[in-house]
Design a protein around this ligand. Sequence first.
Ligand SMILES: *Cc1c(COP(=O)(O)O)cnc(C)c1O
Length: 373
Amino acid sequence: MRLKRSWIEVSRSAIAANFEAVRALVGPQVEVAPVIKADAYRHGAIKVARILAPLGARWFCVSSVDEGIALREAGIDSRILVMADSLPDSLRRAVAHRLTPVLHDVAEIAKLDQAPEPVDYHLKIDSGMGRLGTRAGAANIAAAVAAARVARLDGLMTHFASAADYVSEQTGGQCEAFDRLVGELADRGVRPHWKHLSSTTAVAYGRREAWGNLVRPGHAIHGYVSQVRAGDAPPRNLLRVRPALAWKAAVLAVKELPAGAPVGYGAQFVTPRPMRIAVIAAGYADGIPHRLSNRGKVIAAGAWAPVLGAVSMDVTTIDASAAPGLRPGDSVTLIGREGAVSQDAQQLARAAGTISYDVLCGISARVERVFVD
Ligand SMILES: *Cc1c(COP(=O)(O)O)cnc(C)c1O
């Protein structure tokens, strides 16, 4: 097999097990709608959907109509919720591909109602995040819903701004605002089937009052749950998931440098002693955060290998002192496990001063993706 410069391995069994773990936690009364936007956080949306649809995923969530169309064209027949696309032509294209749009403004209901045949939509409520979603009151919403002839309100949703922060009262406030509006709409005869508020954090930490009858986990499906800032009652992560993605890079060169040798752009590192270094075939153009310069580490021959100097566009230099057996053509691990040593996207992100979502989505298209069992 031709050695790749850098590649990711996505575990089918991990994706499946993570989905099943979420299902087991929320129980049969709550639908699990995996969020596979951004190409399933770079894991590959079509393949991930093909793993989950046969396991019973009746819904998927994406951000854009284009992402939804790609799934439809790959033969995915589950319902697809398009969560963040209100560009001018999007509603028409969503309808044409049997996607379920999320509307963020009551005025969009009349627009969708121009569809030639019955079409479902979900309406997003801005319960306090201050991003997408309508801030209209129940009377306005109910009037627009009732005025529609073919557009049918199938769900009400909202999204939390601070679900991982149990010190803040924002999530409780958002739940109350959402529930109040749902109640006021019900009083006016508007009772859509689906109600959903929760992404991974609110699921994993058991905020059951926010599960409604559908949850939207993305991070958890790919194997991650964020740490929370705990308030009075420290919440416990109830969900056992494991990272589905490993990230590797090939070793281009290994060499010995004398003491006092500068390494890489700007001579940001100078060897304090004779050192064995290795140059790996991935850099910031592959998604290794530039902020890992002189900070991050990878795993080489089962041992930690710190990043030396600046991360370059196509290559990164590492300290291979602890990996005397490392040779050109070997691979190192950026995310994953070698023996007893492991690093996940959260650890890599912490070193780079960012979040795991950013690291995963930032793995660039030229990093080849392979699926493993
Ligand atoms: C991205 C997103 C999710 C999934 O969030 P995770 O933290 O990855 O579980 C759920 N709902 C909405 C509206 C989103 O944008």
